[in-house]
Design a protein around this ligand. Structure first.
Ligand code: PXG
Length: 442
């Protein structure tokens, strides 16, 4: 056996791992057994620099005292309260606090347990909203090629990642897709937002005219596409989407699962890009990834549209056993305390130019065909090995791991999104290590 990390158990077989090459992993497992600040600790006792904030979620880093304390206290005080027809104080406190980060007019929040559930919730709110307003003919949902909106049926239907869709039958009907915005020929090695491509938003107009705008309920996009390999929106693109949605009475949904909670240097992408959608989907950084939780924010008129009919009747038939779970609520409050005390929701804006320079210093290394960045996000696109796509980037992932650096790869793209507590000296270590890996890559 090609053992990478010692394991505490000899039986790795029973666990069917998500989004993982199971057989390959189980031959040479990579196991984390601890984490603190910017580092993970492997089963062999190595300290690995976290270049990805877990999976884009541990924005405040690991083992943060306020979060640990909040969880301990909550477990002693109230472990669980029914989510339907009952409440508990912390979830109301959390909701009231969260909406203060939102643009004016977005002032209600529905809780879920993940990004995927937040996406489903947002799509259902959009469809039901038009219906309660008497406009139930609006049933179409528009997503985008290469979009990632989680793995449930609504999310993969509006999503545009082929491997995540092709196995699963007909998906939702009444869905169409915008083209993606990736254009290496024109925009390669752009720092920040690309100059070219805002006109790709006009495709929404074309799609609307094809189906007739009166049948379109919502358009959902990631402000910055993350999972597909970091696609930064061209300058003016998101504003143009907003204009077209306004023109046709279509709800605009921002999936901020990755961009939310400080990743770009503002609390949310809506503030960063100065474009206000109707619904904002979040998860991940809401609880620093520590306890699962998602949150969907909606405009006042959306919430108000449901608040009709007899007062004793449930207004929206949707929710989860763990919507607003006390443990998750306490974790989120501890997370917000940490973000606020340490100025983390804007810290990426202070580091962005240092980060950008360090990242773009990799230009010219072997196989590197594009580099892109925004806030504390970075991506390095590699030329695929002919006939073996993904292999080169995955080798970089393994080599980086052996060099004590955690990166994330998707296709032949390396994605970077460190915790927002990263220091400049750690940015140097990250890119020195990665540069060494790339220089030796075949
Ligand atoms: N929307 C977006 C934009 C996401 O990035 C989800 C929804 C789904 O969230 P859940 O919590 O259901 O996983 C995501 C998740 C990666 C990576 O490496 C990205 C995600 C998850 C795992 C890995 O790019 N994004």
């Amino acid at each position: 056996m090609n053992a990478r990390d010692a394991t505490a158990t000899n039986n790795l077989e029973a666990f069917w791992m998500p989004f993982t090459a199971n057989r390959q992993f189980k031959q040479a497992p990579r196991l984390f057994v601890g984490a603190e600040g910017m580092h993970y600790v492997t089963a062999n006792g190595r300290r690995v620099l976290d270049g990805t904030a877990g999976l884009w979620c541990c924005n405040a880093g690991h083992k943060r005292p306020k979060i640990v304390e909040a969880i301990k206290r909550q477990a002693e005080e109230l472990d669980y309260a029914p989510a339907f027809q009952m409440g508990h104080p912390k979830i109301f406190e959390l909701a009231a606090r969260l909406v203060t980060y939102m643009p004016t007019g977005i002032d209600h929040v529905f809780f879920t347990n993940s990004g995927s559930e937040s996406v489903e919730t947002a799509l259902k709110i959009a469809l039901a909203y038009h219906r309660v307003k008497g406009d139930g003919a609006r049933f179409r949902l528009i997503g985008r090629e290469r979009g990632y909106h989680g793995v449930n049926f609504g999310g993969i239907s509006v999503g545009g990642i082929v491997a995540n869709r092709k196995m699963f039958g007909t998906l939702l009907t009444g869905v169409d897709h915008l083209p993606h915005t990736h254009d290496i020929k024109t925009n390669a090695f752009t720092r920040g937002e690309p100059e070219h491509g805002a006109d790709l938003a006009d495709e929404l107009e074309r799609i609307c005219l094809l189906h007739d705008p009166s049948t379109v309920a919502a358009c959902i996009v990631e402000p910055v596409a993350g999972s597909t390999g970091v696609l930064i929106p061209p300058k003016g693109y998101l504003k143009r989407l907003r204009e077209i949605c306004d023109k046709h009475g279509i709800l605009l949904i921002f999936d901020e699962v990755i961009t939310g909670y400080g990743r770009l240097g503002a609390a949310f992408a809506t503030e960063f890009f100065d474009v206000v959608p109707d619904i904002i989907v979040t998860a991940k950084g809401l609880t620093n990834g520590v306890v699962p939780m998602g949150a969907v924010f909606v405009k006042k008129e959306i919430y108000d549209a449901f608040m009709h009919g007899p007062e004793g009747v449930i207004e929206f038939f949707h929710g989860y056993t763990y919507s607003g779970n006390p443990m998750a609520a306490a974790t989120a409050l501890g997370t917000l305390d940490t973000y606020e005390d340490e100025g983390l929701l804007t810290r990426a804006s202070e580091l962005a130019s240092y980060w950008e320079d360090a990242l773009h210093s990799l230009k010219g290394l072997p196989h590197v065909i594009d580099i892109r960045n925004l806030g504390l996000i970075g991506a390095i696109e590699l030329e695929p090995i002919a006939g073996a796509p993904t292999k080169r980037a995955f080798q970089a992932f393994l080599d980086a791991y052996d060099s004590n650096l955690l990166i994330r790869t998707t296709g032949d793209i390396i994605a970077l999104s460190p915790p927002l507590i990263i220091e400049k000296s750690e940015i140097d270590v990250l890119f020195d290590t990665l540069s060494g890996v790339l220089k030796n890559l075949h």
